[in-house]
Write a protein that binds this ligand. Structure first.
Ligand code: F6R
Length: 599
Protein backbone atom coordinates (compact mmCIF):
# COMPACT_ATOMS: atom_id res chain seq x y z
CA UNK A 1 0.00 0.00 0.00
CA UNK A 2 1.31 3.49 -0.74
CA UNK A 3 3.41 5.33 1.83
CA UNK A 4 4.23 9.01 2.36
CA UNK A 5 7.09 10.78 4.11
CA UNK A 6 7.78 14.50 4.11
CA UNK A 7 10.49 16.48 5.90
CA UNK A 8 11.36 20.09 6.57
CA UNK A 9 14.46 20.92 8.60
CA UNK A 10 18.23 21.06 8.65
CA UNK A 11 19.13 17.35 8.20
CA UNK A 12 20.38 15.84 4.96
CA UNK A 13 17.09 15.82 3.12
CA UNK A 14 17.56 12.82 0.84
CA UNK A 15 18.75 10.55 3.62
CA UNK A 16 15.78 11.47 5.87
CA UNK A 17 13.37 10.76 3.01
CA UNK A 18 15.08 7.46 2.11
CA UNK A 19 15.11 6.31 5.74
CA UNK A 20 11.41 7.10 6.00
CA UNK A 21 10.64 5.25 2.77
CA UNK A 22 12.53 2.19 4.02
CA UNK A 23 10.45 2.18 7.19
CA UNK A 24 7.36 2.10 4.97
CA UNK A 25 8.60 -0.77 2.81
CA UNK A 26 6.70 -3.38 4.80
CA UNK A 27 3.42 -1.93 3.53
CA UNK A 28 4.20 -3.21 0.05
CA UNK A 29 5.01 -1.05 -3.02
CA UNK A 30 6.10 -1.26 -6.63
CA UNK A 31 7.87 2.07 -7.23
CA UNK A 32 9.19 5.02 -5.28
CA UNK A 33 10.09 8.66 -5.74
CA UNK A 34 10.99 11.94 -4.08
CA UNK A 35 10.93 15.68 -4.73
CA UNK A 36 13.34 18.05 -3.04
CA UNK A 37 12.66 21.75 -2.97
CA UNK A 38 16.12 23.18 -3.61
CA UNK A 39 17.27 26.66 -4.58
CA UNK A 40 16.95 25.87 -8.31
CA UNK A 41 13.40 24.53 -8.09
CA UNK A 42 11.79 21.14 -7.54
CA UNK A 43 14.22 18.25 -8.12
CA UNK A 44 12.31 15.02 -8.67
CA UNK A 45 13.58 11.44 -8.90
CA UNK A 46 11.60 8.25 -9.45
CA UNK A 47 12.38 4.56 -9.84
CA UNK A 48 10.47 1.35 -10.41
CA UNK A 49 11.12 -1.51 -8.00
CA UNK A 50 12.92 -1.36 -4.67
CA UNK A 51 13.99 1.80 -2.86
CA UNK A 52 17.56 0.79 -3.65
CA UNK A 53 16.80 1.72 -7.29
CA UNK A 54 15.80 5.21 -6.21
CA UNK A 55 18.94 5.45 -4.09
CA UNK A 56 21.04 4.60 -7.16
CA UNK A 57 19.37 7.42 -9.11
CA UNK A 58 20.21 10.08 -6.57
CA UNK A 59 23.64 8.87 -5.53
CA UNK A 60 26.43 11.31 -6.28
CA UNK A 61 24.06 14.26 -6.83
CA UNK A 62 24.20 17.45 -4.82
CA UNK A 63 20.74 17.51 -3.32
CA UNK A 64 20.78 20.69 -1.31
CA UNK A 65 17.40 21.70 0.06
CA UNK A 66 15.61 21.90 3.35
CA UNK A 67 12.31 20.29 2.51
CA UNK A 68 11.00 17.44 0.45
CA UNK A 69 8.35 14.77 0.02
CA UNK A 70 8.67 11.10 -0.95
CA UNK A 71 6.38 8.19 -1.71
CA UNK A 72 6.20 4.45 -2.17
CA UNK A 73 3.49 3.54 -4.68
CA UNK A 74 1.30 0.45 -4.86
CA UNK A 75 -0.40 0.67 -8.24
CA UNK A 76 -4.15 1.25 -8.43
CA UNK A 77 -4.57 3.43 -11.57
CA UNK A 78 -1.93 2.73 -14.20
CA UNK A 79 0.90 0.24 -14.28
CA UNK A 80 3.98 0.51 -12.08
CA UNK A 81 6.37 2.69 -14.12
CA UNK A 82 8.34 5.89 -13.57
CA UNK A 83 5.73 8.18 -15.10
CA UNK A 84 3.05 6.82 -12.80
CA UNK A 85 5.32 6.86 -9.73
CA UNK A 86 4.90 9.79 -7.33
CA UNK A 87 5.62 12.67 -6.78
CA UNK A 88 3.48 14.13 -9.57
CA UNK A 89 4.15 17.65 -10.78
CA UNK A 90 2.12 20.24 -12.64
CA UNK A 91 3.24 21.15 -16.19
CA UNK A 92 5.35 24.11 -15.04
CA UNK A 93 7.13 21.92 -12.48
CA UNK A 94 6.12 24.26 -9.65
CA UNK A 95 3.83 22.05 -7.57
CA UNK A 96 4.67 18.49 -6.49
CA UNK A 97 2.32 16.14 -4.69
CA UNK A 98 2.39 12.65 -3.22
CA UNK A 99 -0.98 11.00 -2.76
CA UNK A 100 -2.43 7.95 -1.02
CA UNK A 101 -6.05 6.98 -1.70
CA UNK A 102 -8.30 7.07 -4.73
CA UNK A 103 -9.83 10.07 -6.48
CA UNK A 104 -13.25 8.86 -7.51
CA UNK A 105 -14.22 11.74 -9.82
CA UNK A 106 -10.85 11.51 -11.54
CA UNK A 107 -12.23 11.10 -15.06
CA UNK A 108 -14.46 14.17 -14.74
CA UNK A 109 -11.62 16.26 -13.31
CA UNK A 110 -9.22 15.02 -15.97
CA UNK A 111 -11.64 16.05 -18.75
CA UNK A 112 -12.13 19.41 -17.11
CA UNK A 113 -8.37 20.01 -16.89
CA UNK A 114 -7.75 18.89 -20.47
CA UNK A 115 -10.44 21.32 -21.66
CA UNK A 116 -8.67 24.05 -19.72
CA UNK A 117 -5.48 23.24 -21.64
CA UNK A 118 -3.61 21.17 -19.03
CA UNK A 119 -1.53 18.25 -20.28
CA UNK A 120 -1.87 15.08 -18.19
CA UNK A 121 1.09 12.75 -18.61
CA UNK A 122 0.48 9.79 -16.30
CA UNK A 123 -2.29 7.19 -16.02
CA UNK A 124 -2.79 7.96 -12.36
CA UNK A 125 -5.71 9.59 -10.63
CA UNK A 126 -3.21 11.46 -8.42
CA UNK A 127 -1.55 13.69 -11.02
CA UNK A 128 -4.63 15.88 -11.46
CA UNK A 129 -4.17 17.21 -7.90
CA UNK A 130 -0.93 18.95 -8.89
CA UNK A 131 -2.62 20.57 -11.91
CA UNK A 132 -5.64 21.67 -9.90
CA UNK A 133 -3.43 23.37 -7.31
CA UNK A 134 -1.49 25.11 -10.07
CA UNK A 135 -4.75 26.18 -11.69
CA UNK A 136 -5.93 27.87 -8.48
CA UNK A 137 -2.52 29.40 -7.77
CA UNK A 138 -2.96 32.99 -6.60
CA UNK A 139 0.09 33.50 -4.43
CA UNK A 140 -1.51 31.87 -1.39
CA UNK A 141 -0.32 28.23 -1.31
CA UNK A 142 -2.79 26.89 1.28
CA UNK A 143 -5.73 28.65 -0.37
CA UNK A 144 -4.98 27.06 -3.75
CA UNK A 145 -4.69 23.63 -2.09
CA UNK A 146 -8.01 24.12 -0.28
CA UNK A 147 -9.70 25.15 -3.53
CA UNK A 148 -8.36 22.08 -5.33
CA UNK A 149 -9.49 19.79 -2.51
CA UNK A 150 -13.02 21.18 -2.69
CA UNK A 151 -13.33 19.61 -6.14
CA UNK A 152 -12.00 16.19 -5.21
CA UNK A 153 -14.29 13.28 -4.39
CA UNK A 154 -12.77 10.15 -2.91
CA UNK A 155 -9.96 9.59 -0.47
CA UNK A 156 -6.63 11.26 0.00
CA UNK A 157 -3.61 11.54 2.20
CA UNK A 158 -1.60 14.26 0.51
CA UNK A 159 1.74 16.01 1.03
CA UNK A 160 2.36 18.97 -1.24
CA UNK A 161 5.29 21.27 -1.91
CA UNK A 162 5.46 24.37 -4.07
CA UNK A 163 8.53 25.94 -5.62
CA UNK A 164 9.83 28.81 -3.49
CA UNK A 165 7.58 27.98 -0.50
CA UNK A 166 9.26 27.08 2.78
CA UNK A 167 6.43 24.86 3.92
CA UNK A 168 4.78 21.53 3.22
CA UNK A 169 1.01 21.21 3.13
CA UNK A 170 -0.59 17.96 4.20
CA UNK A 171 -4.25 17.07 3.85
CA UNK A 172 -6.28 14.04 4.73
CA UNK A 173 -9.59 12.45 3.85
CA UNK A 174 -9.89 8.73 4.42
CA UNK A 175 -6.19 7.94 4.15
CA UNK A 176 -4.04 8.12 7.30
CA UNK A 177 -1.57 10.96 7.80
CA UNK A 178 0.45 12.07 10.82
CA UNK A 179 2.70 14.99 11.69
CA UNK A 180 5.92 14.25 13.57
CA UNK A 181 7.10 17.15 15.70
CA UNK A 182 10.82 17.79 16.20
CA UNK A 183 12.99 20.66 17.43
CA UNK A 184 13.48 22.96 14.44
CA UNK A 185 12.23 20.22 12.13
CA UNK A 186 8.91 18.59 11.20
CA UNK A 187 7.82 15.39 9.52
CA UNK A 188 4.74 14.24 7.65
CA UNK A 189 4.04 10.55 7.17
CA UNK A 190 1.32 8.07 6.36
CA UNK A 191 2.55 5.81 9.14
CA UNK A 192 4.22 6.55 12.47
CA UNK A 193 7.02 4.06 11.81
CA UNK A 194 8.39 6.35 9.06
CA UNK A 195 9.29 9.08 11.56
CA UNK A 196 10.12 7.15 14.73
CA UNK A 197 13.84 7.35 13.93
CA UNK A 198 13.55 11.07 14.60
CA UNK A 199 10.63 11.82 16.89
CA UNK A 200 8.00 10.19 19.07
CA UNK A 201 5.74 13.27 19.25
CA UNK A 202 2.89 12.68 16.84
CA UNK A 203 -0.27 14.46 15.73
CA UNK A 204 -2.92 12.42 13.93
CA UNK A 205 -4.77 14.35 11.25
CA UNK A 206 -8.49 13.74 10.95
CA UNK A 207 -10.53 13.66 7.77
CA UNK A 208 -10.90 17.01 6.02
CA UNK A 209 -8.00 18.56 7.88
CA UNK A 210 -5.18 20.45 6.27
CA UNK A 211 -1.84 21.05 7.98
CA UNK A 212 0.59 23.79 7.06
CA UNK A 213 3.98 22.65 8.24
CA UNK A 214 7.05 24.84 8.60
CA UNK A 215 10.31 23.88 10.25
CA UNK A 216 9.50 25.55 13.59
CA UNK A 217 5.72 25.53 13.55
CA UNK A 218 2.56 23.95 12.24
CA UNK A 219 -1.08 24.84 12.05
CA UNK A 220 -4.01 22.56 11.35
CA UNK A 221 -7.24 23.82 9.78
CA UNK A 222 -10.43 22.22 8.61
CA UNK A 223 -11.40 22.67 4.99
CA UNK A 224 -13.50 25.70 5.94
CA UNK A 225 -10.26 27.36 7.02
CA UNK A 226 -11.01 27.22 10.76
CA UNK A 227 -8.08 26.53 13.08
CA UNK A 228 -8.22 23.11 14.81
CA UNK A 229 -6.48 22.35 18.11
CA UNK A 230 -4.65 19.05 17.93
CA UNK A 231 -3.52 16.73 20.69
CA UNK A 232 0.14 15.67 20.62
CA UNK A 233 0.56 11.91 21.25
CA UNK A 234 3.73 10.48 22.75
CA UNK A 235 4.42 7.20 20.94
CA UNK A 236 5.56 4.37 23.18
CA UNK A 237 6.50 1.86 20.46
CA UNK A 238 10.24 1.90 19.92
CA UNK A 239 11.94 1.17 16.65
CA UNK A 240 13.55 -1.77 18.37
CA UNK A 241 10.06 -3.17 18.92
CA UNK A 242 9.43 -2.74 15.24
CA UNK A 243 12.59 -4.42 14.04
CA UNK A 244 13.09 -8.17 13.79
CA UNK A 245 14.81 -8.90 17.11
CA UNK A 246 17.03 -11.60 15.67
CA UNK A 247 14.25 -13.60 14.02
CA UNK A 248 14.65 -14.41 10.34
CA UNK A 249 11.35 -12.73 9.50
CA UNK A 250 8.90 -10.35 11.14
CA UNK A 251 6.24 -13.02 10.81
CA UNK A 252 8.23 -15.51 12.90
CA UNK A 253 9.04 -12.84 15.48
CA UNK A 254 5.37 -11.97 15.72
CA UNK A 255 4.32 -15.62 16.05
CA UNK A 256 6.75 -15.96 18.97
CA UNK A 257 5.54 -12.72 20.55
CA UNK A 258 2.09 -14.17 21.19
CA UNK A 259 2.57 -15.11 24.87
CA UNK A 260 3.70 -11.52 25.56
CA UNK A 261 0.91 -10.05 23.44
CA UNK A 262 -1.68 -12.04 25.40
CA UNK A 263 -0.17 -10.95 28.72
CA UNK A 264 -0.40 -7.35 27.51
CA UNK A 265 -4.00 -7.62 26.38
CA UNK A 266 -5.06 -9.23 29.66
CA UNK A 267 -3.18 -6.72 31.81
CA UNK A 268 -5.57 -4.91 34.14
CA UNK A 269 -8.60 -6.57 32.56
CA UNK A 270 -9.00 -9.41 35.08
CA UNK A 271 -9.01 -8.40 38.73
CA UNK A 272 -10.03 -10.63 41.63
CA UNK A 273 -11.85 -12.98 39.30
CA UNK A 274 -13.83 -10.13 37.65
CA UNK A 275 -13.56 -8.74 34.12
CA UNK A 276 -12.71 -5.04 33.93
CA UNK A 277 -13.49 -3.36 30.64
CA UNK A 278 -14.27 0.31 30.55
CA UNK A 279 -16.83 0.39 27.77
CA UNK A 280 -18.71 3.59 27.42
CA UNK A 281 -21.87 1.86 26.15
CA UNK A 282 -25.21 0.97 27.63
CA UNK A 283 -25.23 -2.82 27.60
CA UNK A 284 -28.62 -3.15 29.35
CA UNK A 285 -30.51 -2.52 26.13
CA UNK A 286 -28.32 -4.89 24.08
CA UNK A 287 -30.40 -7.27 21.94
CA UNK A 288 -28.12 -8.27 19.10
CA UNK A 289 -24.50 -7.94 18.04
CA UNK A 290 -23.31 -7.61 14.43
CA UNK A 291 -19.59 -8.08 13.88
CA UNK A 292 -17.96 -6.76 10.71
CA UNK A 293 -14.37 -7.31 9.65
CA UNK A 294 -12.17 -8.52 6.79
CA UNK A 295 -9.77 -11.43 6.28
CA UNK A 296 -8.15 -12.78 9.41
CA UNK A 297 -10.13 -10.36 11.57
CA UNK A 298 -13.31 -11.85 10.05
CA UNK A 299 -12.13 -15.28 11.17
CA UNK A 300 -11.73 -14.08 14.73
CA UNK A 301 -15.23 -12.58 14.44
CA UNK A 302 -16.62 -16.06 13.62
CA UNK A 303 -15.00 -17.41 16.79
CA UNK A 304 -16.37 -14.39 18.66
CA UNK A 305 -19.89 -15.33 17.54
CA UNK A 306 -19.58 -18.75 19.20
CA UNK A 307 -18.15 -17.26 22.39
CA UNK A 308 -20.60 -14.37 22.70
CA UNK A 309 -23.65 -16.53 22.03
CA UNK A 310 -22.55 -19.32 24.35
CA UNK A 311 -21.16 -17.28 27.23
CA UNK A 312 -23.14 -14.03 27.09
CA UNK A 313 -26.34 -15.39 25.52
CA UNK A 314 -26.54 -12.58 22.94
CA UNK A 315 -27.42 -13.40 19.30
CA UNK A 316 -24.54 -12.51 16.99
CA UNK A 317 -24.31 -12.06 13.22
CA UNK A 318 -20.98 -11.85 11.41
CA UNK A 319 -20.51 -10.15 8.08
CA UNK A 320 -17.67 -9.32 5.75
CA UNK A 321 -17.28 -5.55 6.00
CA UNK A 322 -17.20 -5.31 2.20
CA UNK A 323 -20.60 -7.05 1.97
CA UNK A 324 -22.20 -5.29 4.92
CA UNK A 325 -21.50 -1.83 3.52
CA UNK A 326 -23.41 -2.47 0.30
CA UNK A 327 -26.27 -4.71 1.38
CA UNK A 328 -28.62 -2.15 2.93
CA UNK A 329 -28.16 -3.68 6.40
CA UNK A 330 -31.01 -3.58 8.92
CA UNK A 331 -30.02 -1.91 12.16
CA UNK A 332 -32.57 -2.06 14.98
CA UNK A 333 -32.78 -0.59 18.43
CA UNK A 334 -30.61 -2.62 20.78
CA UNK A 335 -28.09 -3.55 18.07
CA UNK A 336 -24.40 -3.15 18.76
CA UNK A 337 -21.98 -3.25 15.83
CA UNK A 338 -18.49 -4.50 16.60
CA UNK A 339 -15.73 -3.72 14.11
CA UNK A 340 -12.53 -5.74 14.33
CA UNK A 341 -9.34 -4.54 12.66
CA UNK A 342 -5.65 -4.96 13.37
CA UNK A 343 -4.60 -1.86 11.43
CA UNK A 344 -7.65 0.25 12.16
CA UNK A 345 -7.32 1.55 8.59
CA UNK A 346 -8.96 -1.13 6.42
CA UNK A 347 -11.12 0.80 3.95
CA UNK A 348 -13.99 -1.70 3.82
CA UNK A 349 -14.17 -2.01 7.62
CA UNK A 350 -14.09 1.75 8.02
CA UNK A 351 -16.87 2.16 5.46
CA UNK A 352 -18.96 -0.51 7.20
CA UNK A 353 -18.45 1.32 10.51
CA UNK A 354 -19.63 4.58 8.96
CA UNK A 355 -22.62 2.87 7.32
CA UNK A 356 -23.66 1.32 10.64
CA UNK A 357 -23.20 4.63 12.44
CA UNK A 358 -25.29 6.48 9.86
CA UNK A 359 -28.05 3.93 10.51
CA UNK A 360 -27.98 4.71 14.20
CA UNK A 361 -25.92 1.81 15.58
CA UNK A 362 -23.51 2.18 18.47
CA UNK A 363 -20.06 0.97 17.50
CA UNK A 364 -17.49 -0.93 19.52
CA UNK A 365 -14.02 -1.27 18.00
CA UNK A 366 -11.52 -4.06 18.64
CA UNK A 367 -8.39 -2.55 17.15
CA UNK A 368 -4.62 -2.89 17.50
CA UNK A 369 -3.17 0.35 16.14
CA UNK A 370 -3.66 3.12 18.66
CA UNK A 371 -4.86 6.37 17.14
CA UNK A 372 -5.86 4.68 13.86
CA UNK A 373 -8.90 6.00 12.01
CA UNK A 374 -11.25 3.22 13.15
CA UNK A 375 -10.14 3.59 16.75
CA UNK A 376 -11.00 7.26 16.60
CA UNK A 377 -14.41 6.85 14.98
CA UNK A 378 -15.91 4.18 17.25
CA UNK A 379 -18.11 4.99 20.26
CA UNK A 380 -16.09 2.74 22.50
CA UNK A 381 -13.19 0.38 22.06
CA UNK A 382 -10.97 -2.41 23.24
CA UNK A 383 -7.35 -2.03 22.17
CA UNK A 384 -5.53 -5.28 21.48
CA UNK A 385 -2.16 -4.07 22.85
CA UNK A 386 -0.53 -6.73 20.66
CA UNK A 387 2.30 -4.37 19.64
CA UNK A 388 3.16 -3.51 16.04
CA UNK A 389 2.40 -6.20 13.48
CA UNK A 390 4.69 -5.71 10.50
CA UNK A 391 4.54 -9.09 8.71
CA UNK A 392 1.81 -8.85 6.10
CA UNK A 393 0.16 -12.05 7.32
CA UNK A 394 -1.68 -11.36 10.55
CA UNK A 395 -0.68 -13.67 13.43
CA UNK A 396 -0.55 -12.22 16.92
CA UNK A 397 -3.43 -9.85 16.17
CA UNK A 398 -5.64 -12.89 15.44
CA UNK A 399 -5.02 -14.72 18.72
CA UNK A 400 -5.30 -11.50 20.72
CA UNK A 401 -8.57 -10.62 18.97
CA UNK A 402 -9.96 -14.00 20.06
CA UNK A 403 -8.81 -13.43 23.64
CA UNK A 404 -10.45 -9.99 23.68
CA UNK A 405 -13.70 -11.36 22.25
CA UNK A 406 -13.68 -13.93 25.04
CA UNK A 407 -13.10 -11.16 27.60
CA UNK A 408 -16.01 -9.25 26.10
CA UNK A 409 -18.27 -12.33 26.27
CA UNK A 410 -17.35 -12.83 29.92
CA UNK A 411 -17.86 -9.15 30.62
CA UNK A 412 -21.37 -9.17 29.10
CA UNK A 413 -22.22 -12.25 31.14
CA UNK A 414 -21.00 -10.50 34.26
CA UNK A 415 -23.07 -7.40 33.40
CA UNK A 416 -26.14 -9.62 33.19
CA UNK A 417 -25.50 -10.69 36.77
CA UNK A 418 -24.79 -14.30 35.73
CA UNK A 419 -22.09 -16.31 37.49
CA UNK A 420 -18.67 -16.01 35.86
CA UNK A 421 -17.11 -19.21 34.63
CA UNK A 422 -14.10 -19.27 36.91
CA UNK A 423 -12.36 -22.12 35.08
CA UNK A 424 -12.26 -20.06 31.86
CA UNK A 425 -10.73 -17.15 33.76
CA UNK A 426 -8.11 -19.43 35.33
CA UNK A 427 -7.34 -20.88 31.90
CA UNK A 428 -7.00 -17.40 30.44
CA UNK A 429 -4.39 -16.56 33.03
CA UNK A 430 -2.30 -19.63 32.17
CA UNK A 431 -2.82 -19.24 28.42
CA UNK A 432 0.55 -17.52 27.71
CA UNK A 433 2.33 -20.56 29.16
CA UNK A 434 0.28 -22.93 26.98
CA UNK A 435 1.12 -20.82 23.92
CA UNK A 436 4.82 -21.12 24.77
CA UNK A 437 4.40 -24.90 24.86
CA UNK A 438 2.70 -24.86 21.47
CA UNK A 439 5.52 -22.69 20.08
CA UNK A 440 7.97 -25.34 21.31
CA UNK A 441 6.74 -27.52 18.40
CA UNK A 442 8.25 -25.17 15.81
CA UNK A 443 11.13 -27.52 14.86
CA UNK A 444 8.94 -30.59 14.45
CA UNK A 445 6.43 -28.52 12.44
CA UNK A 446 9.31 -27.51 10.15
CA UNK A 447 10.05 -31.22 9.56
CA UNK A 448 6.41 -31.71 8.68
CA UNK A 449 6.56 -28.68 6.38
CA UNK A 450 9.47 -30.35 4.52
CA UNK A 451 7.16 -33.25 3.74
CA UNK A 452 4.42 -31.04 2.29
CA UNK A 453 6.49 -28.24 0.78
CA UNK A 454 5.76 -29.29 -2.80
CA UNK A 455 2.11 -30.16 -2.51
CA UNK A 456 -0.35 -28.29 -4.72
CA UNK A 457 -3.47 -28.27 -2.51
CA UNK A 458 -4.37 -28.80 1.14
CA UNK A 459 -7.77 -28.99 2.79
CA UNK A 460 -8.11 -27.59 6.32
CA UNK A 461 -10.93 -29.11 8.33
CA UNK A 462 -12.36 -28.26 11.72
CA UNK A 463 -15.68 -28.03 13.51
CA UNK A 464 -17.42 -25.68 15.89
CA UNK A 465 -15.06 -23.13 17.41
CA UNK A 466 -12.24 -24.58 15.35
CA UNK A 467 -13.89 -24.29 11.96
CA UNK A 468 -12.78 -20.62 11.74
CA UNK A 469 -9.29 -21.80 12.78
CA UNK A 470 -9.33 -24.10 9.74
CA UNK A 471 -10.29 -21.10 7.59
CA UNK A 472 -7.49 -19.08 9.12
CA UNK A 473 -4.96 -21.92 8.66
CA UNK A 474 -5.89 -22.16 4.97
CA UNK A 475 -5.68 -18.39 4.51
CA UNK A 476 -2.23 -18.29 6.15
CA UNK A 477 -0.91 -21.05 3.91
CA UNK A 478 -2.29 -19.69 0.64
CA UNK A 479 -1.30 -16.07 1.17
CA UNK A 480 2.33 -16.72 2.07
CA UNK A 481 3.25 -20.02 0.38
CA UNK A 482 1.01 -19.67 -2.71
CA UNK A 483 -0.21 -23.25 -2.21
CA UNK A 484 -3.92 -23.57 -2.81
CA UNK A 485 -5.67 -24.25 0.50
CA UNK A 486 -9.33 -24.24 1.54
CA UNK A 487 -10.93 -24.36 4.95
CA UNK A 488 -14.16 -26.34 5.44
CA UNK A 489 -16.35 -27.45 8.30
CA UNK A 490 -15.27 -31.10 8.51
CA UNK A 491 -18.83 -32.45 8.28
CA UNK A 492 -19.46 -30.54 5.04
CA UNK A 493 -16.90 -32.72 3.24
CA UNK A 494 -19.46 -35.37 2.42
CA UNK A 495 -21.64 -32.76 0.66
CA UNK A 496 -19.20 -32.29 -2.19
CA UNK A 497 -15.53 -31.59 -1.46
CA UNK A 498 -14.86 -35.24 -0.61
CA UNK A 499 -14.80 -35.81 -4.38
CA UNK A 500 -11.43 -34.06 -4.38
CA UNK A 501 -9.81 -36.53 -1.99
CA UNK A 502 -7.01 -38.71 -3.32
CA UNK A 503 -3.39 -39.31 -2.37
CA UNK A 504 -2.38 -35.84 -3.65
CA UNK A 505 -4.89 -33.91 -1.56
CA UNK A 506 -3.79 -33.93 2.07
CA UNK A 507 -6.34 -32.94 4.72
CA UNK A 508 -5.26 -31.10 7.86
CA UNK A 509 -7.71 -31.76 10.70
CA UNK A 510 -8.01 -29.73 13.86
CA UNK A 511 -8.89 -32.54 16.21
CA UNK A 512 -8.31 -31.33 19.75
CA UNK A 513 -10.83 -32.52 22.32
CA UNK A 514 -14.15 -30.71 22.54
CA UNK A 515 -17.80 -31.62 21.99
CA UNK A 516 -17.18 -32.39 18.31
CA UNK A 517 -14.12 -34.61 18.87
CA UNK A 518 -15.85 -37.97 18.26
CA UNK A 519 -17.53 -36.58 15.14
CA UNK A 520 -14.18 -35.41 13.77
CA UNK A 521 -12.87 -38.97 14.15
CA UNK A 522 -15.62 -40.21 11.82
CA UNK A 523 -14.80 -37.44 9.33
CA UNK A 524 -11.18 -38.63 9.37
CA UNK A 525 -12.28 -42.19 8.68
CA UNK A 526 -14.13 -40.91 5.60
CA UNK A 527 -10.94 -39.32 4.25
CA UNK A 528 -8.76 -42.28 5.11
CA UNK A 529 -11.12 -44.68 3.36
CA UNK A 530 -10.57 -42.68 0.15
CA UNK A 531 -6.78 -42.77 0.29
CA UNK A 532 -6.38 -39.19 1.54
CA UNK A 533 -3.36 -38.28 3.66
CA UNK A 534 -4.20 -36.90 7.10
CA UNK A 535 -2.32 -34.34 9.19
CA UNK A 536 -3.93 -33.84 12.60
CA UNK A 537 -3.57 -31.27 15.36
CA UNK A 538 -4.30 -33.14 18.60
CA UNK A 539 -3.93 -32.83 22.35
CA UNK A 540 -0.68 -34.19 23.80
CA UNK A 541 -2.37 -37.18 25.44
CA UNK A 542 -4.55 -38.11 22.46
CA UNK A 543 -4.76 -41.85 21.75
CA UNK A 544 -7.49 -42.16 19.14
CA UNK A 545 -6.26 -39.98 16.27
CA UNK A 546 -2.75 -41.46 16.21
CA UNK A 547 -3.97 -44.56 14.37
CA UNK A 548 -5.80 -42.52 11.73
CA UNK A 549 -3.40 -39.70 10.90
CA UNK A 550 -0.12 -40.06 9.00
CA UNK A 551 1.26 -36.88 10.62
CA UNK A 552 0.56 -35.49 14.06
CA UNK A 553 1.07 -32.04 15.62
CA UNK A 554 0.61 -31.95 19.39
CA UNK A 555 -0.73 -28.97 21.34
CA UNK A 556 -1.36 -28.57 25.08
CA UNK A 557 -4.89 -29.06 26.46
CA UNK A 558 -6.85 -25.94 27.38
CA UNK A 559 -10.51 -25.27 28.12
CA UNK A 560 -12.67 -25.57 25.02
CA UNK A 561 -13.14 -21.76 24.64
CA UNK A 562 -9.38 -21.29 24.32
CA UNK A 563 -8.67 -24.06 21.82
CA UNK A 564 -8.86 -21.65 18.82
CA UNK A 565 -5.99 -19.62 20.29
CA UNK A 566 -3.73 -22.61 20.96
CA UNK A 567 -4.64 -24.37 17.70
CA UNK A 568 -3.87 -21.26 15.66
CA UNK A 569 -0.19 -21.54 16.62
CA UNK A 570 0.61 -24.70 14.56
CA UNK A 571 -1.44 -23.23 11.66
CA UNK A 572 0.81 -20.15 11.65
CA UNK A 573 4.05 -22.12 12.10
CA UNK A 574 3.17 -24.63 9.39
CA UNK A 575 2.40 -21.87 6.88
CA UNK A 576 5.55 -19.97 7.89
CA UNK A 577 7.88 -22.96 7.50
CA UNK A 578 6.35 -24.08 4.20
CA UNK A 579 6.76 -20.54 2.81
CA UNK A 580 10.33 -20.27 4.12
CA UNK A 581 11.27 -23.65 2.63
CA UNK A 582 9.85 -22.46 -0.69
CA UNK A 583 12.16 -19.44 -0.48
CA UNK A 584 9.33 -16.89 -0.25
CA UNK A 585 9.71 -13.62 1.66
CA UNK A 586 6.49 -14.09 3.57
CA UNK A 587 6.79 -10.67 5.23
CA UNK A 588 5.94 -9.22 1.84
CA UNK A 589 3.98 -11.79 -0.13
CA UNK A 590 3.22 -10.98 -3.76
CA UNK A 591 0.18 -8.83 -4.52
CA UNK A 592 -0.55 -8.20 -0.84
CA UNK A 593 -0.26 -5.16 1.39
CA UNK A 594 -0.38 -4.94 5.16
CA UNK A 595 -3.13 -2.47 5.40
CA UNK A 596 -5.73 -2.40 2.65
CA UNK A 597 -6.74 1.25 2.56
CA UNK A 598 -8.47 1.05 -0.82
CA UNK A 599 -11.75 -0.64 -1.71
C1 F6R B 1 -4.33 -12.03 6.48
C2 F6R B 1 -4.47 -10.61 6.74
C3 F6R B 1 -5.65 -9.90 6.16
C4 F6R B 1 -6.21 -8.89 7.18
C5 F6R B 1 -7.33 -8.06 6.54
C6 F6R B 1 -7.96 -7.12 7.55
O1 F6R B 1 -3.20 -12.56 7.11
O2 F6R B 1 -3.67 -10.00 7.39
O3 F6R B 1 -6.64 -10.80 5.76
O4 F6R B 1 -6.68 -9.59 8.29
O5 F6R B 1 -6.82 -7.33 5.47
O6 F6R B 1 -7.01 -6.27 8.09
P1 F6R B 1 -7.27 -5.48 9.43
O7 F6R B 1 -7.41 -6.47 10.53
O8 F6R B 1 -6.07 -4.60 9.59
O9 F6R B 1 -8.54 -4.71 9.24
Amino acid sequence: MCGIIGYIGPRDISSVLLTGLKRLEYRGYDSAGMTINNPDGLATFKAVGKIMELEKKISGRDLAGNLGIAHTRWATHGEPNEINAHPHLDAKGEVAIVHNGIIENYYALKDFLIKEGFKIVSDTDSEIVAHLIQKFHNGDFSESVAKALELIEGTFGLAIVQKGENKIIAARRGSPLVLGLGEGEMFIASDVSAVLDYTKRIIYLNDDELAIVEKDSYSVKNLKGEEVNKKVHEIKWTLDQIEKKGFKHFMLKEIFEQPEAIINTLRGRIKEGKIKLSLDLNMNSLKRIIIVACGTSWHSALIGKHLLEKIAGVPVEVDYASEFRYRDPLIREGDLVIVISQSGETADTLAALREAKARGAKILGIVNVVGSTISREVDSGIYLHAGPEIGVASTKAFTVQVVDLLLLALFLRQEKGLDLQKDIIRNLETLPEKIREALGQSDSIRELAEKFVNCKNILYLGRGLNFPVALEGALKLKEISYIHAEGYPAAEMKHGPIALIDKDMPALFIATRDNTYEKILSNMEEIKARGGEIIAVVNEDDKKVIGLAGSIIKVPSVSCELTPVVNAIPMQLFAYHVADLRGIDMDKPRNLAKSVTVE
